[in-house]
Ligand binder design. Structure first.
Ligand SMILES: [Zn+2]
Length: 346
């Protein structure tokens, strides 16, 4: 908007009546979808601008961040709420620079002298804080907008394509506590079961932390994999799983640990649904074999690089499958024959 060679500024001025330096447009009335999107980004954009004051004619006194990167409206909120000229420039409110409480601020004192002595043709300089040269770049602003200025602590490693996307997505939703656990359903008042108690152990409310970590059924599964794969002790919560627990692993084994955790969580959810919808309680050892099989199938679809890295750990999973697989099969066969013989189930 401040670039005199940019024709777009003329279009915006014509359509929306803004002056070149005004990033505080009037939002009342009907505005287009496009302009609505632009306006929603303005608070973030303004916070990334720093101002070097000359005459103060192009900088808003209250709203621009000209005092060491902070806007006066945040430093003196009481005075701001009482001021009737909140859209005025520093030049228009220059008398305030000489008054209490503003004069007590050293930055304001220096600015006051500058405004009085500045050449009337010189301009306030705005610079962009997210780039080294102070020039605005779309890329720097886009990067700020997509992660809200705060990088997600787990996204860097979480979305690796070493397991199916639906399993990554499900684990992400668990981490965000966005799945339809009985606790979440009860909170939304749409739980069709009489209580929110965990159906796997009947020992606590079915929260994500309970179902996937603290539940005695989940404990059996976790304990087995922690023991045979030499993983860190049981995580305290889902948040702990993707933070402290994961970093408790040697850096070269973290990718493997991620896959094991994702497979456990996914299969616990399938087993829980099977219990609720089909009244079928899967024996913990059967679930362990399912997880082993899933991990082995993921390993076989990896490219050579990761395969070589994870070979040793997956050999352990294979040995577990070779040991438990036949036992679980025999157990399932015995159970199905017992069910056939039992007249109460027939
Ligand atoms: Zn439970």
């Amino acid at each position: 908007m401040t670039d005199p060679n940019w024709n777009g500024a003329e279009v915006i001025q014509f359509n929306y009546g803004l002056s070149r330096s005004n990033l505080w447009p009037n939002q009342s009335g009907r505005i287009s979808f496009f302009w609505k999107g632009v306006l929603s980004c303005l608070p973030a954009l303004r916070s990334c601008l720093s101002h070097k004051i000359s005459t103060g004619k192009e900088t808003f006194f209250w709203r621009d961040c000209w005092i060491n990167g902070v806007a006066p409206m945040h430093l003196w909120p009481v005075e701001y709420s009482e001021c009737r000229h909140t859209n005025s420039t520093i030049y228009e409110l220059r008398h305030l620079l000489e008054e209490q409480p503003f004069i007590d601020n050293e930055f304001v004192r220096m600015c006051s002298i500058g405004v009085q002595t500045a050449d009337s043709h010189s301009r306030d300089i705005k610079s962009w804080r997210l780039t080294g040269n102070g020039i605005f770049s779309v890329k720097s602003f886009y990067n700020l907008l997509i992660d809200g200025g705060l990088r997600c602590p787990i996204s860097r490693f979480f979305w690796r394509n070493w397991c199916p996307r639906k399993i990554n997505l499900f684990n992400w939703l668990v981490w965000q506590n966005r799945i339809l656990s009985l606790e979440n359903l009860a909170r939304r008042r749409c739980n069709r079961l009489p209580t929110a108690t965990c159906v796997m152990c009947n020992g606590g409310i079915e929260t994500v932390d309970h179902l996937f970590i603290h539940c005695s059924y989940a404990n059996l599964v976790w304990d087995y994999f922690i023991r045979i794969l030499r993983l860190p002790q049981l995580p305290l919560s889902i948040q702990d799983l993707w933070g402290r627990w994961r970093y408790g692993l040697h850096s070269e084994r973290r990718a493997f640990g991620d896959l094991v955790a994702k497979a456990i969580i996914w299969n616990l959810w399938i087993a829980r649904n099977d219990c609720i919808f089909n009244a079928n309680i899967l024996h913990a050892q059967c679930l362990i074999v399912k997880i082993d099989r899933m991990l082995v199938s993921w390993y076989s679809s990896l490219t050579d690089g990761p395969k070589l890295k994870l070979e040793e750990d997956f050999n352990t999973v294979r040995r577990s499958l070779e040991f438990l697989g036949p036992r679980v099969k025999a157990f399932e066969e015995t159970r199905s024959s017992e069910e056939t013989l039992d007249p109460s189930t027939g």
